[in-house]
Every structure is written in C-alpha cells, then in structure tokens.
Design a protein around this ligand. Sequence first.
Ligand code: PRP
Length: 176
Amino acid sequence: MSSEPKLTILFTRDEITATVKKLAAEIRQDYQDKHPILIGVLKGSFVFMADLIRLLDFPLEVEFVRLSSYGGGKSPGKIKLVQDVQSKIEGRHVLVIEDIIDTGLTTTFVLEHLGKKKPASLKLCTLTDKPSRREVTVNIDYLGLTVPNKFIVGYGIDWNERFRYLPGIYAMEDEG
Ligand code: PRP
C-alpha cells in the first residue's frame, strides 16, 4: 500500500443518509415502546450512532463499549474489553450498533459479553457488512450496506486512524 492511498467512492453521503433513514424506520417500528439501550462499539460506530439516534424520536439510552485487539490482528482470545457499559442492562432491550462487521470476531465477543449481563433482548444493527471476510457466523438483525472485500474508510471507519471524517464511504485501492 502506498503512503497516500487512492480512495474510490463506494457510497455517497446521500446514499448513507438514505440507508440510515431506512434503518431508523425499522428500529423505530420494533423499539418505540421498549425504551432500549443502544450500545455503540467504539471507535468506528460513533458517526453512525450520532446520525441514527437523531432519527429516533422515542425514549432511548446510549452507551458505548470499546475493545482492543492485540498481537497482530483479530482472533478469538486476542480481543479484550477496554471500556464496558456504565449502566445496568439486565432486563433491558439492548441494540448493539456497529459500523462494520468483517471477520465477525469483534461482534461475537461483544454479544457474548453483553449477553452475560442478562438483557431482556439483544440484537445487532450494522451500517456495513463485509460477508466475504467472515470467520464466525453472525446474525445481523438490522443491516445497512453490503461492501465488497476491500479495505473501506470514511463515515467513522479508519485506516491507521485516518479518514474517519470523510462523509462518504470509500474503498482503498492498492496502488503497489
Ligand atoms: C472495526 C469495526 C468493528 C470491527 C469489525 O473496529 O468498528 O468493531 O473492526 O471487525 P471484525 O468483524 O473483523 O472483528 P476496529 O478494530 O478497526 O477499531 P475502531 O472501531 O476503533 O477503528
């Protein structure tokens, strides 16, 4: 990969906005009377979470978890919890918010961790999904966009902490 990667647009800001609206409508339908807790997985989900909750006009709460992976990539046992939810989720309806599901290992870790806290329900919403990279089965309840097997950036998603600020979602092309 060259030092200045070439970015190719995959989804424009308008396309993402339409997708977030579609997801918000589905979530409103299912959760408007449930006072859910939406739990974002940091860091990548924060942009999506911010746009999503502003389209939800019913009582809800927001929490975040943060994970770290170490030792060169993700694999079972190499993902650790760095920041847990601050409030009690036992008996509550919980919706996990992700920006992307790739191997599925992070999401699986998060769902197992939160499931032990005995929520009334536990579901998953992701803005993007890259099924071609999946290593473990993940059941997605609310899915926005399916992306090809390319490194993607923008709308919260980074490459070495860069490009989270981009309003659209881009594929990084390997120029090498
Ligand atoms: C990304 C993304 C997901 C995870 C998905 O986070 O936000 O949490 O990877 O990958 P997986 O399905 O292969 O586990 P990342 O580790 O890049 O951290 P960040 O959100 O802080 O950028």
